[in-house]
Ligand binder design. Structure first.
Ligand SMILES: CCCCCCCCCCCCCCCCCC(=O)SCCNC(=O)CCNC(=O)[C@H](O)C(C)(C)COP(=O)(O)OP(=O)(O)OC[C@H]1O[C@@H](n2cnc3c(N)ncnc32)[C@H](O)[C@@H]1OP(=O)(O)O
Ligand SMILES: Cc1cc2nc3c(=O)[nH]c(=O)nc-3n(C[C@H](O)[C@H](O)[C@H](O)COP(=O)(O)OP(=O)(O)OC[C@H]3O[C@@H](n4cnc5c(N)ncnc54)[C@H](O)[C@@H]3O)c2cc1C
Length: 627
């Protein structure tokens, strides 16, 4: 029935002020108003329709993405949207596109690594989209090992230029989003060679394509790297391949905040640490953590609403069957994910603060917190993306068979999301960075350098001081264990930031109580999942483990009446969710039935190919049977 809210009885059960929770989720009343307005604007504009995405061919999909990006830009200009509103609009358009990398990496790289002069020249062009940029770091042969990149940038003092060159097949740039077909410029990373000496990897602004007819400039071979995982999904993005054949660029197109090359061919290093070359990655990893809560909450919203609609077994005297959300097994899989979505939201908020703080310090030439910021962004990026990718897949399973339909929204969400475990730092490689930071801290425990901030707790763990290991080749040999320690450290961060959030004043009837329940679920679920580690290290007793499990069951019962309201608090439009199973009114079955008939395969009753393949087959069978 059109217009009836099939989940109204669920919404009536809730014990807290959903509108107040929406503000907590958004981060502030202002953020809520902006997000609410822009999401509705996108949802109501047919120009941003996306329900046919999975049926388009790659070429159609790509062209449609170009159209949407141009239309989004026109909307931003016509409505005079602020930077914040424009970012929200791109978010709710919900399609991977070259614009993500232009705004998310190209511009931040120039801001972080460019001199003031370079910023003044390039940023206005980029802000107006008069140039479109990509971030060309990874090569066919090397992604994680940035120092292993093979592209060279050799300074030629005669012409005051750099010669950018790809000396081997494996030095071809490979993967950069937007590079394949769209970008006019790249920040290309290359090994700097000055006066015959190698000076490490640096970033260079390189024009790729003509601003008149979009043809590649001389010396560039550029194209798309081909289809990626999942139909639709990330294939809207033109990840590219690029080879340089002795391409010349002016000297002032090397990003020179960290180090400079003079016209005489002298290499000079500023006071700022070399690690700032990696600054753009710090920024993007922080935004990826914030995005993890969006992707996970989206999947959880779909699975929770559908679990309240779906009924299987348990009918008493001809009455309705049991809602699957009432099964304890369903709750024990779903509610920890709901709690994780909130936990990641709050740790993402905190990380944003940490990033703003370190940026401010860097501007004042205070580099003391950079290692900690690197460890936090790298570790939390790894932890939250792994948990979110796994969580989306679990939500698909929680929706049974219908979760496998594209119209559930979950297959595409998974396909789009899962590369987050690889890009911007492969997740295990990033955990090794955290482990290295932790080991460095442990090795300094006896010294006058006291650990502060997120590692201050280490001074309280006395046995760390006595830690000695007899294994040869220490770090490498124990790296699998060290990665586990890094995960545990990051989990501690997530839990402690959730607890800190609860120490703040949180207005709204019952809001704080709901968040306390979710926080306890998050922490106790971890304890339950890793009880073997806790028991074997003597941190808890078997009695504690049993108590934690009992408590979890009780917490799930407390969440149950509030589950639908807790996902309503994400304030997602049906357009953004892109899921029949997760639609707000819960009217799932008629919508699923209707959608099936819209599939291109159902355009004719007898399929194309019948006369060519099915009929001859059937006739042959008849003949065989008669013989
Ligand atoms: C349903 C539809 C839905 C639609 C949704 C639509 C939205 C979706 C769209 C999403 C778009 C997202 C776009 C994604 C773009 C991906 C872009 C990339 O991947 S770009 C490519 C990304 N590529 C990668 O991420 C590559 C990963 N690899 C790396 O980052 C590095 O090579 C390394 C860190 C692993 C090693 O570094 P290396 O130098 O070899 O070795 P060392 O270990 O010796 O480190 C030396 C010192 O540096 C320190 N330090 C290190 N890093 C940092 C840092 N960032 N800062 C500060 N410091 C740092 C480190 O601590 C150490 O310090 P110390 O101990 O000496 O004091
Ligand atoms: C969708 C997508 C978009 C991308 N966009 C961009 C972009 O815009 N710009 C760009 O420059 N790049 C981009 N990339 C590339 C991406 O950043 C790299 O793929 C990523 O950094 C991983 O590097 P890799 O491919 O070299 O993996 P590898 O390092 O080859 O990983 C392979 C395996 O080796 C393991 N491994 C590697 N090193 C170690 C080690 N030291 N110790 C233990 N194990 C190790 C890893 O854990 C992994 O299991 C993108 C990638 C994808 C998938």
């Amino acid at each position: 029935m059109e217009g009836v809210d099939h989940l109204a009885h669920e919404r009536n059960k809730s014990e807290f002020d959903v509108d107040a929770m929406k503000i907590v989720w958004a981060g502030s009343p202002h953020a809520f108003v902006v997000s609410d307005r822009i999401s509705k604007l996108v949802a109501s504009d047919p120009g941003f329709r996306k329900d046919n995405r999975s049926t388009l061919s790659r070429k159609e999909l790509f062209k449609n993405t170009l159209r949407k990006a141009a239309y989004a830009w026109k909307t931003i200009i016509d409505l005079h949207l602020s930077e914040e509103e424009a970012a929200k609009l791109r978010f709710y358009v919900d399609e991977p596109a070259f614009t993500d990398v232009h705004w998310g990496m190209f511009i931040p790289a120039i801001k972080g690594q460019g001199t003031e002069e370079q910023q003044q020249k390039w940023l206005p062009l980029a802000y107006k989209m008069q140039i479109i940029g990509c971030y060309a770091q990874t090569e066919l042969g090397h992604g994680s090992n940035v120092q292993g990149l093979e592209t060279t940038a050799t300074f030629d003092p005669q012409t005051d230029e750099f010669i950018i060159h790809s000396p081997t097949l494996t030095s071809s740039k490979w993967w950069p989003g937007g590079l394949g077909k769209v970008a006019t410029h790249a920040i290309a990373y290359a090994l700097l060679i000055v006066g015959g000496r190698e000076q490490g990897v640096h970033g260079f602004i390189v024009q790729l394509r003509s601003l008149e007819d979009h043809s590649p400039l001389p010396g560039m071979t550029v194209g798309d790297i081909g289809m990626k995982f999942g139909n639709g999904a990330y294939n809207a993005m033109d990840n590219g391949v690029l080879r340089f054949d002795h391409v010349r660029i002016p000297r002032n197109q090397m990003l020179m905040r960290v180090s400079q090359v003079t016209c005489e061919g002298k290499y000079k290093q500023s006071d700022v640490p070399r690690q700032l070359v990696y600054g753009a990655m710090l920024y993007v990893r922080q935004t990826i953590v914030a995005d993890a809560s969006c992707a996970l909450s989206r999947a959880v919203c779909i699975a929770t609403r559908y679990s309240a609609v779906r009924r299987q077994f348990g009918s008493q005297n001809g009455g309705p069957e049991t809602q699957v959300i009432d099964y304890k097994t369903q709750q024990s899989r779903l509610f920890p994910l709901l709690a994780s979505a909130y936990a990641f939201r709050f740790v993402g908020e905190w990380l944003k603060w940490l990033y703003a703080d370190v940026t401010q310090r860097l501007q004042a030439n205070d580099f003391s917190t950079l290692p900690e910021a690197h460890a936090c962004t790298a570790g939390l990026k790894s932890l939250t993306t792994t948990a979110t990718a796994d969580g989306i897949e679990e939500c698909r399973k929680l929706c049974g068979g219908h979760g496998y339909l594209c119209s559930s929204g979950l297959p595409e969400l998974f396909a789009v999301y899962v590369p987050a475990c690889t890009y911007e730092g492969e997740n295990t490689v990033l955990l090794l960075q955290v482990a290295r930071f932790l080991m460095k801290t442990v090795s300094q425990l006896g010294s006058s350098k006291k650990p502060v901030g997120t590692i201050a707790y280490m001074t309280r763990v006395e046995h760390l001081m006595q830690c000695r290991c007899g294994v040869q080749r220490g770090f490498a040999e124990l790296s699998a264990d060290l990665v586990e320690a890094a995960v545990a450290h990051c989990q501690l961060l997530v839990v402690s930031k959730f607890i800190e959030k609860l120490q703040q004043e949180i207005p709204g009837k019952g809001v704080k109580q709901q968040l306390e329940v979710l926080c306890n679920i998050y922490a106790l679920f971890l304890l339950h999942k890793h009880q073997g580690d806790f028991l074997s290290t003597g941190c808890i007793t078997p009695k504690h483990a049993a108590l934690a499990n009992d408590e979890l069951r009780s917490l799930y019962s407390q969440v149950r009446p509030n589950a639908i309201a807790l996902v309503d608090a994400f304030n997602y439009t049906d357009h953004y969710l892109g899921s029949i199973l997760g639609c707000y009114d819960g009217n799932v079955y008629p919508k699923l039935y209707e959608a099936a008939w819209k599939d291109p395969l159902n355009e004719s009753v007898v399929p194309d190919g019948y006369h060519q393949y099915i009929r001859p087959l059937l006739k042959q069978e008849i003949r065989t049977a008669r013989l």
